[in-house]
Design a protein. Structure first.
Length: 137
């Protein structure tokens, strides 16, 4: 009898726990799925000799601001050349813009904020190299 009573209490306690509503203030984080492959947009700049460090910094800052303005950008990183090989051919700055889809890139390229960035860049640009590729494992 005691075992039956104990079992019934355990079942009632379990049932009560399972039917307790979740408070509205609790948030459940849902992880965003990682795509199988990503579209990388690699951009290399060689700046004019006449452009000052402040000019170049202004271009970098303008490029760095794009991810906060264009939702189609999945990820962004940048850096300056530090290769000991000496094969950069004057290109000093590298930017990696990542998209999930080609449609996202199609949104990015003509986007008004991207075009405004190009206007900031243009007076200081000697050469640009752009290559896009899909990641592979």
């Amino acid at each position: 009898m005691r075992a039956v009573l104990f079992s019934m209490i355990a079942v009632l306690a379990l049932a009560a726990a399972c039917t307790t509503p979740v408070p509205e203030t609790s948030a459940v984080a849902v992880a965003e799925p990682v795509p199988d492959s990503l579209l990388r947009h690699v951009v290399l700049f060689k700046f004019n000799d006449e452009s000052s460090e402040a000019d170049v910094a202004g271009v970098v800052d303008a490029f760095r601001a794009l991810p906060s303005k264009i939702d189609a950008i999945y990820d962004f990183e940048y850096g300056t050349d530090n290769s000991p090989e000496g094969l950069a051919d004057g290109f000093t700055h590298s930017f990696l813009v990542t998209f999930r889809t080609e449609a996202d890139r199609e949104v990015y390229l003509p986007h008004p904020d991207h075009q405004a960035f190009v206007d900031v860049l243009q007076p200081h640009l000697d050469k640009v190299l752009v290559i896009d590729y899909w990641t592979k494992e």
